[in-house]
Unconditional design. Sequence first.
Length: 233
Amino acid sequence: MKNLNLLYEGKAKKIYEKAPDEVVIYFKDDVTAFNGEKKDSIIGKGRINKKITTFFFEMLEEKGIPTHMISDIDENSFLAKKVKIIPLEVIVRNYTAGSFCRRYGIEKGIKLEKPIVEYSLKDDDLGDPMICRNVVLSLKLVEEKVLNKIEYYALKINDILSQFLESKNIILVDYKLEFGISNGKVYLADEISPDTCRFWDKETMESLDKDVYREDKGDLIDKYSEFLRRVEI
């Protein structure tokens, strides 16, 4: 990446400009929790997350979900279409966990009757606050037809991934998605990995995701590697 212009560096990734309409997504070994209050660098994490993300993006593309991924580059990087990221985190929940339990005083691990789609404003300075659909539209963060498309994709992704992981004896508890726009078309962007999803073993309900790090419940690389093995990547 020495000769590429760094466009953006986040908690877990770096984005480099490859061409006017292409970027390189580089996955770092950094891991953070609680809006960056807890952070470490764990060798191998970036490689695993990139491998899982490209696996899921390829699967979703085959099922009709447009992603910004173009091609693989190396262990930590892939080439992607440059998109304008929509300033929303799209959260899909199948079971109660995390902030949902704290917000509503609900027990962890309850299966929801229907998947719930929530939104948070993508703003680190504000702590990524929750935002409802009406406020999203009132603030003109995105057009209604685009928001409808995002929600449609989010729920279709949920069906695809839930069914696949069920076959591996893994529960897709909840997850966060980001989307971008290029030439008026909506694309799934960013990543799908144990950093952005909750994956539980169906029998033991043990975490195979970043909650292991958040809650000091074991070795993060061991759990991420177990997820890799279970889904046969």
